[in-house]
Design a protein around this ligand. Structure first.
Ligand code: R5P
Length: 346
């Protein structure tokens, strides 16, 4: 893994941005990182434990970020996204995948800033309702996955299925091998489809998402399930060694969150994962899983639609391996840092 550290010279605090930029920022989804149902590992609220686990609201993640630092984090995320677009976006692109969450908004902002002369001929494939709105509000053309597939047609068996030139998206946690956990914002299923359909996935995040191994700071694996099978899946996850998996609630309500695909999410805590390169250490009885092994095992449970672990091959590796091979892992991560720099991991 090559790690490059660069320092941004163009870094600015948000409060020094022109008012139009400030307005855009305040309109972004989840502008303050801690407002989403989030990483519980270091911040479980004790009151959650007084409820039976199956009705406990998903604990909120309150990162150790002072409110005064929020603008710095947002500015760092924006700087990383601007660099990711600068390094990876090409006017020759036809189809561009746009993921979900708060960070991706800055990618859309950077693409829109290139002007219609660059983006007007392109179509942007979203990963859910939020991402659809983001693309549309930026004046870019939305193309949903089913329409994309009708537009490109079926070229026969053995031909490439990677129709998108690139896919940009955020992540909840990323390990040293660029395996990711995604789904903290409830969009993992469509994200996995779009990543699968893309030539490469470029990930954008702030540096708090970086960890040596998955489930270090982020506490659970999001799993999208059929509502009717939710309790069945929860029991199966406990059998697999998950401690207290819970069905996610919508914000602070007592209603279960329903995904864009009309399903529920189960947030399943597991011990910190191994790297895929440590497969010889897998020991399910002692909670030792690699990302690939745990993802495959969870995917095999009846009632599971998809799991929020993005591991395995990258898009280019999948291309090299053959047309029917799936690649969903990012090729590169841009981490924005609150000190004004950013780091690229590949
Ligand atoms: O379901 C949501 C997605 O996987 C997001 O990409 C992920 O949660 C990161 O979101 P954010 O950029 O808001 O941290």
């Amino acid at each position: 893994m090559k790690r490059t550290v660069r320092t941004l010279t163009t870094f600015r605090r948000l409060d020094s941005l022109p008012s139009a930029s400030r307005q855009l920022t305040s309109a972004l989804p989840n502008p303050g990182f801690p407002t989403k149902a989030r990483i519980p590992r270091r911040s479980l609220q004790s009151s959650h434990f007084n409820l039976p686990s199956y009705i406990r609201p998903t604990p909120r993640y309150t990162m150790a970020t002072k409110s005064g630092d929020v603008n710095l984090v947002e500015a760092a995320k924006r700087a990383a996204c601007q660099q990711a677009v600068k390094d990876n976006f090409s006017p020759s692109f036809k189809y561009v995948g746009i993921g979900s969450g708060s960070t991706i908004a800055y990618v859309v902002e950077a693409i829109a800033a290139l002007g219609p002369e660059v983006s007007a001929h392109m179509k942007f494939v979203p990963t859910g309702a939020g991402s659809t709105k983001l693309i549309r509000d930026a004046g870019l053309t939305v193309l949903q996955v089913p329409e994309l597939l009708s537009e490109v047609g079926f070229a026969g068996r053995g031909t490439s299925r990677q129709h998108l030139d690139i896919y940009f998206d955020g992540a909840d946690e990323v390990d040293a091998e660029l395996n990711c956990i995604k789904g903290g914002g409830a969009c993992l299923f469509q994200e996995k489809i779009v990543s699968r359909l893309s030539k490469k996935f470029i990930c954008v995040a702030d540096s708090r998402k970086k960890a040596d191994r998955l489930l270090t700071n982020w506490g659970y694996v999001p799993v999208e399930v059929s509502p009717v099978a939710a309790e069945l899946v929860r029991q199966a996850l406990i059998d697999l060694g998950s401690k207290d998996p819970i069905i996610r609630f919508a914000g602070s309500t007592s209603t279960y969150l329903v995904t864009d695909n009309h399903n529920y999410l189960i947030d399943a805590p597991f011990p910190t994962l191994l790297l895929n390169s440590q497969a010889e250490l897998i020991d399910p009885a002692n909670g030792l899983w690699t990302p690939d092994a745990l993802a495959a095992k969870i995917r095999g449970i009846l009632g599971v639609l998809e799991v929020g672990i993005f591991s395995g091959l990258t898009g280019p590796q999948a291309t090299a391996a053959g047309p029917d091979v799936e690649g969903v892992r990012p090729v590169k991560i841009y981490y924005g840092k609150t000190d004004g720099g950013f780091e690229i991991q590949e």
